[in-house]
Design a protein around this ligand. Structure first.
Ligand code: SF4
Length: 215
């Protein structure tokens, strides 16, 4: 879907999100952050991703060992098939309907709230596509803020009992990710994709809109 130069541009741009996480972590005090290798609470429950993020996910899957790829495809298929009836879009193509209602979106993501991401290696808790993971994965753990106000809380394991002011001080300012989002939009346009179209990680693996399943 994306050529190697586009993949490199996406990886470079998405580093902004990883750097934002590091910056937020640097503002915390000992004991405030529970994030550690092997903790995978944030990898349970699906979320939407842009199509350039989907292209990067597929790059990650393509470089896995045959055994890991097989496991990823099997688990993605199970999620896609078992939740197709609730998917607010074209489940076969793997595309969320850009016109979907907030209610249908909420309903679907409630249905998949207990589904582990197919990229998650168990029981190690390791992300098999760490270098190619989406922006949400790179920024999860801390609160997200916009215009100096928190609009998404931190992971429940981080900053336990912290007042909103402390959450804000250690938050990731979503406006700071604009550059990464801009590159994703540029690449969507170059690929002839609707910039606002979205999917999920398992649908990025199996959706016909993304080409044949990784073999
Ligand atoms: S892509 Fe990796 S980091 Fe993101 S939810 Fe899946 S396993 Fe977790």
């Amino acid at each position: 879907m994306a050529d190697p130069k586009q993949v490199d541009r996406l990886k470079l741009a998405f580093r902004i999100a990883s750097d934002a996480w590091d910056t937020a972590a640097a503002r915390t005090l000992p004991g405030e952050v529970a994030c550690r290798s092997g903790c995978f609470g944030c990898c349970v429950g699906l979320f939407d991703i842009s199509l350039p993020e989907a292209a990067l996910v597929r790059e990650g899957v393509a470089r896995l060992s045959a055994r890991d790829r097989e496991d990823v495809v099997r688990r993605a298929r199970q999620i896609v098939e078992e939740t197709a009836a609730a998917f607010p879009g074209d489940a076969r193509a793997g595309l969320l309907d850009p016109e979907r209602s907030e209610e249908s979106d909420d309903d679907y993501f409630a249905v998949v709230a207990d589904r582990a991401c197919p990229m998650l290696e168990l029981p190690s808790g390791r992300c098999r596509i760490y270098e190619e993971r989406p922006i949400t994965c790179r920024t999860y753990g801390f609160a997200w803020s916009k215009d100096a106000a928190v609009f998404h809380p931190p992971c429940g394991l981080n900053l336990p009992g912290a007042p909103e002011e402390r959450q804000r001080e250690t938050s990731i300012d979503i406006d700071g990710l604009d550059q990464a989002e801009d590159v994703a939009r540029e690449i969507a346009t170059e690929l002839g994709l609707e910039p606002g179209s979205e999917t999920t990680i398992p649908h990025a693996v199996l959706g016909s809109a993304f080409g044949p399943p990784p073999g």
